[in-house]
Design a protein around this ligand. Structure first.
Ligand code: 5GP
Ligand code: MG
Ligand code: MG
Length: 171
């Protein structure tokens, strides 16, 4: 049986999201914010984050998938494109976790083709150890070196997304 070791509590997540939401609210005053969540992993984070952003904004979803098990397949497949017009608007991409950064680099590249005015990145977890792509995470809630984590939207083979806190998975 895989072992789940507690890493970040529900309370810590809640407090950090409140702070990040306030920062986003401050930084996007007067701008045309569209928050774009990257499926599937970001769905729980997205739902909590947008409720801490207190300026008017729109929400969309993008489907990007790159992983099977605990190692990247190296292939990124877009399973859903945003529905809203993003041209000339201020896009904030919301990701669950940035690891090598390849998914995000590809995602930003494909979003740029839609000609938004700006693109910034907000990630729940910034996992730095295996970073390959040159990308800047503008808003990150938690920074970790490595390991494989699950819970709060993050899966291992589609399981554990429902856990309300974040755990290290030991196989
Ligand atoms: P990257 O392209 O940055 O290497 O991988 C990003 C994607 O891989 C994330 O959006 C996530 O789906 C998956 N991923 C990377 N590290 C982890 C991890 O520690 N736990 C889980 N559950 N998924 C991860
Ligand atoms: Mg993701
Ligand atoms: Mg996954």
């Amino acid at each position: 049986m895989p072992e789940l070791i507690p890493l970040i509590s529900q309370q810590e997540i809640k407090e950090k999201i409140r702070e990040i939401g306030q920062n986003i609210t401050r930084d996007y005053k007067g701008l045309d914010l569209v928050v774009v969540g990257v499926l599937k992993g970001a769905f729980v984070f997205l739902a909590d984050l947008v409720r801490q952003i207190s300026i008017d904004h729109e929400i969309d979803l993008l489907g990007a998938s790159s992983y099977e098990g605990t190692s990247s397949t190296g292939q990124i497949v877009f399973t859903k494109r945003p529905d809203l017009e993003l041209k000339g608007r201020d896009v904030l991409l919301v990701e669950d976790i940035v690891d090598t950064g390849r998914t995000l680099a590809k995602t930003v590249e494909s979003m740029q083709l839609l000609n938004p005015r700006s693109i910034k990145i907000c990630a729940l977890i910034d996992k730095t150890e295996r970073r390959e792509a040159q990308i800047n995470v503008d808003y990150s809630c938690f920074c970790i070196d490595g390991g494989f984590i699950v819970g709060y939207g993050l899966d291992y083979n589609e399981k554990y997304r429902n856990l309300p806190a974040i755990f290290n998975l030991k196989l």
